[in-house]
Write a protein that binds this ligand. Structure first.
Ligand SMILES: CC(=O)N[C@H]1[C@@H](OP(=O)(O)OP(=O)(O)OC[C@H]2O[C@@H](n3ccc(=O)[nH]c3=O)[C@H](O)[C@@H]2O)O[C@H](CO)[C@H](O)[C@@H]1O
Ligand SMILES: [Mn+2]
Length: 281
C-alpha cells in the first residue's frame, strides 16, 4: 500500500505509478497557470443541488469565484430540481453558469449515485463540444484556498481526507463479491473521495459511463455499494489509475482538526446536519 505521509512526517508527492500527488510546495502556481492559459481551455464544472442542498449553492459559487481557476474560462453546469432557488451570484469574466432541471428524488443515495449517469449524458450531449476538462464536485462544500491549473491532467482523483493514514484493510471499499464495486481486502492504493472527479472530457466520460454501467448491474441484483458511486469510483481507479492525484488539501472536512501535513485547505466539506438536509435517513 502506498503511503501518503512518510515515517518522517513528510508528504509523499508521487504515486508508485509515477503520478504526481499535488501538495502545496510541489508546484509553481504562477508558472503552471501560465502554461495552461496559453492553451485557452474551458473547464466544465458539474454540481448537483437537489432538495435542501440548494442552500449550499451560494457559498459554493461565491467561494469558487474567489478561488477556483481564477482567470480561466469556467462553465458551471448546475443540476437541480429547484431552479427557482438558484442564487444570483456575480460571476467573473469568462465564467458562466447553466441551470439544468432534473427530477427530484426521495433517496439521497439515489441522488448521489445518479450523478454518474447525468455526467455521462452531459458529456455526450454538450461537453464534448463545450469543454476541454471537466470536474464533478460536491456542493456541500466551500473553497478556502487556491485551486488552479496544478489540478489539471488526463484523469484526476482526490485522496479522501478521512482515510489518508488508514491501512487499506480498513478502507470503506465495497467488500461483498456480489457487487461490481468489490475490492478484495489485500488490494487498493488510496481511498478516493467521490466529491471530486476530474480530467479530460473523454477520460471522465469513461469513468462516468463505466461506473453507471456497474451501478446498473448492481441495481438489477438489488445491491447498493457501501458508498454508492464512490465505491464504484474506487474500483475504477484501482484498475484505471489516475494520472494525477490531488492531496487532501483538495478535499478536507470542516470538522477535522488541522494537521501538520496539510498546509493549505483549498476545498472542504462544510458541517451539515444530515437529518435536516437529506430527504431520508
Ligand atoms: C467527501 C466525499 O467524498 N463525499 C462523498 C460521500 O458522502 P457525502 O456525505 O459527502 O454525500 P452528500 O450528502 O454530500 O451527497 C453527495 C452530493 O449529492 C448531492 N445531493 C445529495 C443529497 C441530496 O439530498 N441532494 C443533493 O443534491 C450534492 O451535490 C452532494 O454534494 O459519499 C457519497 C456517496 O455516498 C458521495 O460519493 C460523496 O461525494
Ligand atoms: Mn458531500
Amino acid at each position: 500500500q502506498p503511503s501518503v505521509v512518510g515515517l518522517d512526517g513528510k508528504v509523499i508527492a508521487v504515486t508508485p505509478w509515477l503520478a504526481p500527488i499535488v501538495w502545496e510546495g510541489t508546484f509553481d502556481s504562477f508558472l503552471i497557470d501560465s502554461i495552461y492559459k496559453q492553451q485557452n481551455i474551458t473547464i466544465a464544472t458539474t454540481v448537483f443541488a437537489l432538495g435542501k442542498y440548494t442552500q449550499f449553492l451560494k457559498d459554493f459559487l461565491e467561494s469558487a469565484e474567489q478561488n477556483y481557476f481564477v482567470g480561466f474560462r469556467v462553465h458551471y453546469y448546475l443540476f437541480t430540481d429547484h431552479p427557482e432557488q438558484v442564487p444570483a451570484v456575480k460571476l467573473g469574466e469568462g465564467r458562466q453558469l447553466t441551470v439544468l432541471t432534473v427530477a427530484s428524488s426521495n433517496r439521497w443515495q439515489e441522488i448521489t449515485l445518479r450523478r454518474m449517469e447525468k455526467l455521462e449524458k452531459l458529456i455526450e450531449s454538450r461537453l464534448v463540444n463545450e469543454a476541454d476538462y471537466v470536474f464533478s464536485l460536491d456542493v456541500d462544500t466551500k473553497f478556502y484556498g487556491r485551486w488552479g491549473a496544478e489540478s489539471l491532467g488526463r484523469l484526476i482523483g482526490v485522496i479522501h481526507p478521512g482515510y489518508y493514514q488508514t491501512h487499506r484493510e480498513h478502507f470503506p471499499y465495497e467488500r461483498r463479491p456480489e457487487s461490481q464495486a468489490h475490492i478484495p481486502v489485500a488490494e487498493g492504493d488510496y481511498y478516493y473521495g467521490g466529491a471530486v472527479i476530474g480530467g479530460l472530457v473523454k477520460d471522465v466520460h469513461e469513468v462516468a459511463k463505466t461506473c453507471r454501467e456497474q451501478l446498473d448491474i448492481d441495481a438489477a441484483k438489488s445491491i447498493e455499494a457501501a458508498w454508492q458511486e464512490e465505491s464504484h469510483l474506487n474500483k475504477y481507479f484501482l484498475y484505471n489509475k489516475p494520472s494525477k492525484v490531488l492531496s487532501p488539501e483538495y478535499l478536507w472536512q470542516d470538522f477535522k482538526p488541522h494537521t501538520n501535513e496539510v498546509k493549505i485547505i483549498r476545498f472542504s466539506q462544510v458541517i451539515k446536519n444530515y437529518a435536516a438536509v437529506r430527504p431520508n435517513p
